[in-house]
Design a protein around this ligand. Structure first.
Ligand code: HEM
Length: 356
């Protein structure tokens, strides 16, 4: 310990004592008492954010917009009742938002002067969806409590409500994110993993967001719901490594079925469930499928074949849906905490598609 730290208390204790009045004594006691209380008053914050995570908390709108949660939930429920896949699309929107400049609703911005929309990036083009549902939620919230609830928080709440509606776990969503003043198509192309990335590349892309291997395997469990286009996995069916052969980790019968709907050329937009057993149900069949070579994307199957560490987690979640759910709520809250704008940074947009 540096010597100056040793000296400081000594100097305080040995300061020459001059006679004090009762008022002076009382003042010193009051200040000491307040100093004593300060750490106690701040300790809930330390407990809530042990890793120095940003200051988001579930009660953020309790006074400013008490009906916010209910409004989001009812519009998401209506959309999912109309089309079950919408739950998956909304969950994915939150992910593609958070991996680019943090969870700041940058993904929702349309192109305009000075803004190149992330909607046109390689991972998003002809693929990402759900924007109309977010618009409907935002206009309902603007009527109820104008300029209060951010588009970034709407994405986080809609992802949670979608998961629950599909049969997955519930979690309290930390809130208080604000909306970005810009977008980054380069960030979208660079940060969001591609389905043909190697496992080390995918791990690195998660690590850059502060997410570890457990978060990676767990969050990829989101592919228990939703669909992928043929173009996202065609390579596996015909020419995985450039030698004209299919991915040998893919089950033969399953590959033949996929080839029937995903030819060598054409049919790019044809859709296939990422969990062929229960595509609308948030459960652990995604992991069970990986055990038998029936993961749809290369980036899915690679969790089982690519490393002992990811394989162990796949096996655990395939055997124990409770373990998957328990970790999912932790990992998705962690993802939702990626560098949000808080305080006076950013803004609360009137319209999620454009800056104010
Ligand atoms: C290695 C990481 C990941 C890769 C490579 C990846 C890749 C993909 C691809 C290629 C699709 C199909 C897109 C299409 O063909 O149109 C997809 C769909 C989807 N992804 Fe991921 N993903 C990853 C991680 C995640 C994470 C972390 C989440 C959620 C937290 C997620 C949620 C979803 C969902 C729900 C769908 C279905 C969307 C729909 O049906 O509209 N993905 N993903």
């Amino acid at each position: 310990m540096p010597s100056s730290l040793y000296k400081y208390p000594k100097q305080v204790c040995s300061s020459p004592s001059t006679p004090k009045t009762l008022e002076q004594d009382m003042a010193v006691y009051s200040i000491n008492f307040l100093l004593l209380l300060l750490p106690l008053a701040l300790s809930p914050l330390c407990l809530a954010f042990p890793h120095g995570a940003p200051f988001l908390y579930p009660q953020f709108y309790d006074h400013s917009c008490p009906k916010a949660h209910q409004i989001v939930q009812s519009i998401v429920a209506k959309a999912v009742a109309k089309e079950a896949r919408m739950a998956a699309s909304l969950l994915r929107l939150h992910f593609h938002d958070c991996f680019v400049k943090g969870c700041d609703a940058s993904i929702l911005l349309d192109s305009s002067q000075g803004i190149v929309s992330e909607k046109g990036s390689i991972p998003n083009r002809n693929s990402i969806r759900g924007f109309e549902v977010i618009d409907e939620i935002k206009s309902a919230l603007e009527k109820e409590c104008p300029r209060t609830v951010s588009c970034a928080d709407i994405l986080a709440l809609a992802a949670r409500d979608s998961t629950v509606l599909a049969g997955g776990p519930f979690w309290e969503v930390p809130l208080g994110r604000r909306d970005s003043l810009g977008a980054s198509i380069q960030g979208s192309n660079r940060n969001i993993p591609a389905p043909n990335n190697t496992l080390p590349t995918i791990i690195t892309k998660f690590k850059l967001q502060g997410l570890d291997i457990v978060d990676l395997v767990t969050l990829l469990g989101s592919h228990t719901i939703g669909f992928s286009r043929c173009t996202s996995f065609r390579q596996r069916l015909y020419n995985q490594t450039g030698n004209g052969l299919p991915d040998f980790t893919l089950d033969g019968g399953y590959a033949a079925r996929l080839r029937a709907g995903c030819p060598r050329s054409g049919g790019d937009q044809n859709l296939f469930p990422t969990d062929f057993v229960s595509p609308a149900r948030f459960d652990n069949f995604y992991f069970k499928n990986l055990l038998v070579g029936k993961g749809l994307l290369s980036s899915d199957e690679i969790l089982f074949t690519g490393s002992p560490e990811t394989r162990r987690l796949v096996e655990l979640y395939a055997a124990d849906a409770g373990a998957f759910f328990a970790q999912f709520v932790k990992s998705i809250v962690k993802m939702g905490n990626i560098t949000p704008l808080t305080g006076s940074k950013g803004e609360i947009r009137y319209n999620c598609r454009k800056i104010n």
